[in-house]
Design a binder for this molecule. Structure first.
Ligand code: SF4
Length: 721
């Protein structure tokens, strides 16, 4: 990029608000302050972190929820000025002795769901924010022009600056700002940038892009906190980017209590990664695309809007293909010290469409979720098309999971004649039409055409199609793969009752980061009773929530398996790694903990978030139902494609002989059986969690957990808890 251009951009900045602050070291994982910025009136201030915040909410997502709870009111909508975007790191976040410790957590009222979204991404921002002196950044209000926020952790200065000349799309603006604030490699390594692309000005399904400088490749690398519309909130506040500069990174920027204990845990897992990664999941070579082949083999890959779980063409976009295409020139950790290094990308990709057609770019990804969403779920098995969609979705800021599921839903509606070329502006949305899919992506970025309809997401389309075209709302509801307004991530759940609950009960909507129980249930047969399912739907969401309190990536927990697992009593919990995490917490904070203590940390925050949803008018049983497509076959073709399986279920489990019955009649019987089981699952899980039958945490449960804030207690009591 021409030097003069960067200089010109910088000269056009005017400082609109400023705070200088004392630089203080992080002590035992905490900066002990949070940063508040109000874009309406230019307030920038430091807030203290109280002992109560630490005791009840631990850090990371817990802090973010607490700040948001106190910043908004019961009626706040996503685009109200008082809605906040809160970004935070977590207590352990930023250590380099252990892999996967650099996640940023974003929390806000979601434009897609109207309740709380928490979304995490890699890429240096969270740790640099904390080491610059802030456990969390809380942004309220809306600027009246495009601005950037610059947190200079070297100088102890925060500014809000207007930024009229920078680009909006991520692959450009993140590079511009990295070059503006970092003159050489050493300085660029000290820069991290958050942005969202131009689609975030128009549609709700846009996420945050978080970047760091990859000196070996001379590239700005991008990771996403993609889910739930955090990028749409960023742009609604007219923020082009948030930049943090922190140059003093060292092995003990966290001010830890016991470095030897951290190293002990780190050496143990790093040896496992060196010894076993290549023969286990090959995260370092293949990354998450390894899952395509496995999901396809087990009939769990979403194909054609989750109608099917496998496709003969899946091999065209599987891990082997991507391993060949990825650039292996150097480690691919999205934070320092991540030896698992799965954040791969493709270099020298020639763009075929859109505003950057003809240019050669580095594409970060694709990851499994993208391959499932914009690949198999849309029946697009052309790797070039997938890469093109991946690049543009990222730079425009669009969440590829919501994007893929929304396009797949539109394609199925097109197949049924609900959509016609008249209604789509001439687009022929047949399965696999990658050119049409790309047109939709570009339309979303420009706020035009049928892309603006698909860009509203599955829940938005269901409403539009029912209202405007008079379509049977029940069919749309059955095939619309969203829960709470968030599109389902890329696993087929029809045969896993526990995972149906894992998706549909998840606080933010259907995302698998709370629970992934499919193999436990279907392959290892460990969840054969409702009680066992409920126990898993208690333990795993609590356990996985813990990562978000600490700025941690989940992948090193169970994407590398230690030898000790062979003899472990509960191998699915990976006990040796859980012990590592106890050591990490103790090593950072100096407080000895057991696994029960870690679960308690999570349980408090998990229940807090559930009550937060309740405050915003949701968070009850009625909000915890999946679409029937996630539970069983909606259409005749789905039933008949797996007729043997469903007929056997009728015979063995329901006690009805299917012989001679029509498919429609059999479908109705299977549906009743499966829906009844789902109701029993809800009852059992709610009881295990200490909630009412309506899914409300009881006051007793909150008090027992120590979440004893009077306004929460009064709220649950008002709702029968
Ligand atoms: S395992 Fe992958 S996603 Fe997780 S921190 Fe490491 S590189 Fe990032």
């Amino acid at each position: 990029m021409a030097e003069i251009m960067i200089e010109e951009m910088k000269n056009a900045h005017r400082i609109l608000a400023e705070l200088t602050y004392e630089i203080r070291p992080v002590v035992r994982g905490y900066a002990n302050r949070t940063l508040y910025i109000n874009l309406d009136d230019g307030t920038i201030q430091s807030k203290p972190v109280s002992q109560k915040m630490k005791d009840v909410l631990t850090g990371g997502k817990g802090f973010a929820l607490w700040l948001l709870w106190n910043g908004i009111n019961d009626h706040t909508k996503w685009d109200d000025p008082e809605n906040e975007l809160v970004l935070s790191c977590g207590v352990i976040g930023g250590i380099t002795a252990y892999p996967g410790t650099g996640k940023t957590i974003a929390v806000t009222v979601s434009p897609q769901t109207g309740v709380i979204i928490d979304s995490n991404g890699g890429g240096y921002f969270g740790p640099y924010l904390k080491f610059s002196g802030w456990d969390a950044l809380e942004i309220q209000g809306k600027a009246d022009r495009d601005v950037i926020i610059f947190i200079d952790g070297d100088e102890g200065r925060v500014t809000v600056e207007d930024a009229p000349l920078e680009a909006i799309n991520t692959h450009l603006v993140n590079k511009q700002l990295t070059e503006m604030y970092g003159r050489d490699d050493r300085e660029k390594r000290a820069i991290t940038v958050i942005s969202a692309g131009q689609a975030a000005d128009y549609i709700p399904m846009c996420g945050l892009n978080i970047s760091y400088w990859d000196a070996r490749r001379q590239e700005v690398r991008i990771k996403q906190a993609a889910r739930g519309g955090c990028g749409t909130v960023l742009r609604n506040k007219k923020i082009k980017a948030i930049v943090v500069k922190y140059s003093s990174m060292n092995a003990d920027s966290n001010g830890v209590a016991d470095m030897a204990l951290l190293r002990r845990a780190g050496q143990r897992i790093n040896k496992e990664i060196t010894d076993f990664d290549a023969s286990q999941n090959d995260m370092r070579g293949t990354g998450t695309p390894y899952l395509v082949e496995i999901m396809n083999r087990f009939d769990l890959l979403p194909v054609q809007n989750f109608r099917f779980g496998a496709d003969p063409d899946a091999h065209k976009i599987n891990g082997e293909l991507w391993k060949e295409q990825f650039d292996h020139n150097g480690p691919d950790g999205c934070w320092l010290g991540c030896t698992l290094g799965c954040a791969h990308g493709v270099k020298h990709y020639h763009l075929q469409t859109g505003p950057y057609k003809g240019q050669t770019v580095f594409v970060d990804g694709p990851e499994y979720e993208t391959l499932g969403a914009v690949g198999s779920n849309c029946a697009i098995f052309d790797p070039g098309a997938v890469l093109e969609i991946n690049f543009y979705a990222d730079t425009y800021g669009i969440d590829t999971i919501s994007l893929g599921n929304s396009i797949a839903f539109a394609m199925e509606c097109y197949e049924y004649g609900i959509l016609t070329p008249d209604r789509t502006g001439g687009l022929e949305l047949n399965w696999g039409n990658s050119a049409a899919a790309l047109t939709l992506v570009h339309q979303m970025a420009n706020g035009e055409g049928f892309g603006m309809v698909v860009g509203q997401g599955v829940r938005g389309m269901k409403r539009i199609f029912a209202e405007q075209y008079g379509v049977d709302a029940k069919l749309l509801h059955d095939i619309g793969m969203e829960v709470k307004g968030l599109e389902v991530s890329e696993y087929m759940t029809k045969e896993s009752l526990a995972q149906q609950g894992g998706y549909a009960m998840a606080s933010k909507g259907a995302q698998h980061d709370e629970a992934w129980l499919i193999f436990m249930e279907l392959v290892h047969k460990q969840l054969n009773t409702f009680e066992a399912k409920a126990e898993a739907l208690h333990y795993f969401p609590m356990w996985r929530t813990w990562f978000s309190l600490h700025g941690l990536c989940k992948l090193p927990w169970n994407d590398i398996i230690p030898v000790s697992n062979k003899t472990a009593k509960e191998p699915q919990k990976v006990p040796e790694h859980v012990e590592n995490y106890c050591w990490l917490f103790e090593g950072v904070t100096g407080t000895h903990v057991t696994i029960e203590d870690l679960i308690l940390q999570s349980e408090r925050v998990y229940n807090f978030q559930r009550v937060f949803n309740l405050r915003l008018g949701h968070g009850k049983r009625v909000d915890d139902y999946p679409p029937y497509r996630a539970v069983g076959p909606v259409t005749v073709i789905e039933y008949e494609s797996r007729a043997e399986r469903y007929d056997k279920e009728m015979r063995d489990l329901i006690g009805i002989d299917p012989e001679g019955m029509s498919t429609i009649a059999k479908m109705a019987i299977v549906r009743k059986y499966r829906e009844d089981r789902y109701e029993t699952l809800l009852d059992t899980v709610y009881a295990r969690r200490g909630w009412t039958r309506d899914g409300v945490p009881t006051a007793d449960t909150l008090m027992k957990l120590g979440v004893d804030f009077p306004d929460l207690i009064s709220l649950v009591r008002k709702n029968g808890g």
